[in-house]
Design a protein around this ligand. Structure first.
Ligand code: IYR
Length: 223
């Protein structure tokens, strides 16, 4: 490390035996395995503090040159949620009726999705995730951002895990294109919408598609 790099001691890692490590790893994987993408929400409110802590977790993600290019807008205001729903449904109607190739619609058939997105108003929180395509200094000059997609993807993964851990259901929603989020939420031109994360409690009697997850051997090799 160059002599002028300012460092601090690494915070002490938890003192664990390998058995404890295995047990913790198993518990975490088992808990995440209970996560399901939910499209049917109860209107039950969720305190802002829950969302804040989950966003704190997201903000710990590693990022290119530590530029932390993620930006989040957490929306609970019913009027803003309604505007988002209207704009998202307009894009989705275009998608389902015109833009989507037959092959894509076939791939979606098992999920039972359609252009109607009532959850965008029912769920207590919509978290719009953006990344900075470039930075803007005070004079308006563009600054390079490194690995912004990877960085925001990792932060979003942590956010989904944190919300699940907090006992909430989520939906990673990607109406396409998502430029309307910049307009409705008043975000600057250097920010690109990445996805819209819906968060809340599942509706009573909520059902989800009967999907299977790949067994480890199908997606992992140890060498
Ligand atoms: N954005 C649309 C379509 C859609 C696309 C994919 I890929 C999905 O995994 C699910 C849905 C919608 O939200 O309905």
């Amino acid at each position: 490390m160059p002599a002028d790099t300012k460092t601090i001691p690494l915070p002490a890692p938890a003192p664990l035996s390998d058995e404890e490590r295995i047990a913790r790893a198993r518990l975490f994987a088992d808990e995440l395995a209970r996560r399901r993408t939910v499209r049917d929400y109860a209107p039950t409110p969720v305190p802002r503090a829950v969302i804040e802590h989950c966003l704190r977790a997201a903000g710990t993600a590693p990022s290119g040159a530590n530029q932390q290019p993620w930006r989040f807008v957490a929306v609970s205001d019913p009027a803003v949620k309604r505007s988002i729903r209207e704009a998202a449904e307009a894009e989705e109607r275009e998608f389902y009726e015109h833009r989507a190739p037959a092959e894509w619609l076939e791939a979606l058939a098992a999920l039972g999705t359609d252009p109607d997105k009532p959850f965008l108003e029912t769920a207590p929180w919509l978290i719009a995730v953006f990344y900075e395509r470039f930075g803007l200094d005070a004079a308006g000059n563009k600054q390079k951002r490194y690995y912004p997609h990877e960085s925001v993807g990792i932060a979003t993964g942590l956010l989904i895990a944190a919300l699940h851990r907090a006992g909430l259901a989520t939906l990673t929603h990607t109406p396409s294109p998502m430029g309307f989020l910049n307009r409705i939420l008043g975000r600057p031109r250097n920010e690109m919408a990445y996805l819209l994360l819906v968060a809340g409690h599942p509706a009573q009697g909520c059902r989800v598609p009967d999907i299977r997850r790949l067994p480890l051997d199908d997606y992992v090799r140890f060498l």
